[in-house]
Design a protein around this ligand. Structure first.
Ligand SMILES: C[S@@+](CC[C@H](N)C(=O)[O-])C[C@H]1O[C@@H](n2cnc3c(N)ncnc32)[C@H](O)[C@@H]1O
Length: 399
């Protein structure tokens, strides 16, 4: 797409016909589809084209001339300026319908049929004040988030999707940041900026980490209430006595607390604890390493007859947004060698997740269930889960 600098690209009386699963309102003129952030179905707007090619254009709203009758008033005072949640103007039921239909669309684009398989839905009961972790930046005079589309800083007094415990410490953080920035200024740094990640634990304690790499406090799903539903869903689909591989398993979110139900659990993640942690169950092991490499070694062991599964092998895969990517074939091949009877695929990008499932189906697993969870209200993001089973299993495990 090319940037469109001239002011002649103003479109008036543009009706928004839809809300895309990517998050933008969708309008059309006689030639093409136009994506307009911060709008929704039935808005009529004046908009400026900012980039375009033959079939698509992106435009910024100049004025909402007739707002959709369904619009709601965003509670956040910096909505639209801040780069965070862009759906505060959309009623929650429409947010959820757009996300859910988006997952169905991603599956059909990957030629995956949901014939006879219902999309199980876990929307959020509490679509505000849910985030247990936020990352803020501070520059002289402001503590807040990067702006939408730039690295300008938008100062915030409170964040409407953050947990109250996190909002409560913002004044204290502001004071600490001012002190740190003052010192940086003195040492001659004109672009002084500091960052802080804060995290509220289940017992209400707030942890903070200044100027560390992202997720220095460890990966954790950001929405505790919805994460509980996700954990419960996965737990109910794993079999008692299974040998579970919790791949991209972080700190064992999906398996650690229920380890006694399984014969054995191996949790693999580059961010997993290094070695044993206090109180770790005997049948639970962490591997702080790359999943593809670890699986490759395991698969070679299995091919040589050295892998003694302690129960039927069941696998959870929960990769980052980009899905399995370049190592998809390697991982799927290894899961075949390990005779995985069940694969539970979790993903936070519907297209990447659907691609991974499609590859598993081609290899012989059968899609048996699909569920969607809203861990990120007020944003277009959604968490999806697919359960795939291998029906003609010749198990490496013999009871
Ligand atoms: C979506 S998170 C899932 C974490 C975990 N399942 C949970 O619910 O807390 C993705 C995880 O993938 C890990 N990761 C990313 N690339 C990896 C790789 N190549 N090998 C192993 N782990 C990786 C990250 O450290 C992160 O914990």
């Amino acid at each position: 797409m090319t940037a469109s600098p001239d002011s002649a690209k103003i479109l008036t009386n543009l009706r928004v016909n839809d809300l895309s699963r990517g998050g933008n309102g969708v309008a059309r003129d006689e030639r093409r589809v136009i994506f307009i952030p911060l709008t929704m179905k039935d808005d009529v707007v004046t908009a400026r084209i900012i980039s375009e090619d033959k079939r698509f254009a992106t435009a910024e709203v100049v004025e909402i001339t007739t707002p959709s009758p369904d619009r709601v008033t965003p509670p956040c005072t910096v909505f639209g300026k801040c780069g965070g949640c862009t759906w505060q103007h959309v009623p929650y039921d429409q947010q959820w319908k757009t996300k859910r239909d988006g997952v169905a669309h991603a599956l059909s684009r990957a030629s995956i049929s949901l014939d006879g398989i219902p999309l199980q839905e876990f929307s959020a009961e509490h679509p505000w004040n849910y985030r247990n972790r936020i990352q803020l930046r501070a520059r002289p005079g402001a503590l807040g988030y990067y702006a939408r589309g730039s690295k300008d800083l938008v100062g915030v007094e409170r964040c409407e999707i953050a947990r109250p415990e996190l909002n409560a410490v913002l004044p204290e953080l502001r004071a600490e940041a001012e002190k740190m920035l003052g010192e940086k200024f003195k040492s001659g740094d004109p672009d002084a900026e500091v960052k802080v990640e804060i995290d509220v634990l289940p017992d209400g304690t707030v942890q903070k980490s200044w100027n560390a790499r992202h997720a220095a406090l460890g990966f954790r799903q950001v929405n505790d209430e919805q994460n509980e539903k996700l954990r419960g869903y996965i737990r109910e689909r794993l079999t008692d006595g299974a040998h579970v591989l919790d791949l991209f398993g972080g700190s064992g979110n999906f398996t650690y607390d229920d380890a006694d139900r399984y014969a054995y659990v191996e949790c693999v993640d580059i961010g997993s604890p290094d070695g044993e942690i206090e109180g770790q169950p005997e049948n639970y092991r962490f591997f702080q390493t790359d999943v593809a490499r670890w699986l490759d070694r395991r698969a070679k062991d299995a091919e040589r007859g050295y892998f003694n599964a302690k129960g039927p092998v069941e696998v959870i895969i929960d990769p980052p947004r980009e899905g399995l990517g370049d190592v998809t074939n390697k991982i799927v091949g290894a899961l075949e060698s390990l005779d995985a009877r069940k694969v539970i695929a979790v993903g936070c990008d519907a297209d990447a997740w659907a691609r991974d499932i499609s590859r598993l189906i081609k290899a012989g697993w059968i899609l048996s269930e699909v569920a969607v969870f809203d861990l990120f209200p007020q944003t277009p993001h959604i968490e999806s889960v697919a359960v795939l089973v291998w029906e003609q299993s010749t198990s490496l495990f013999s009871p």
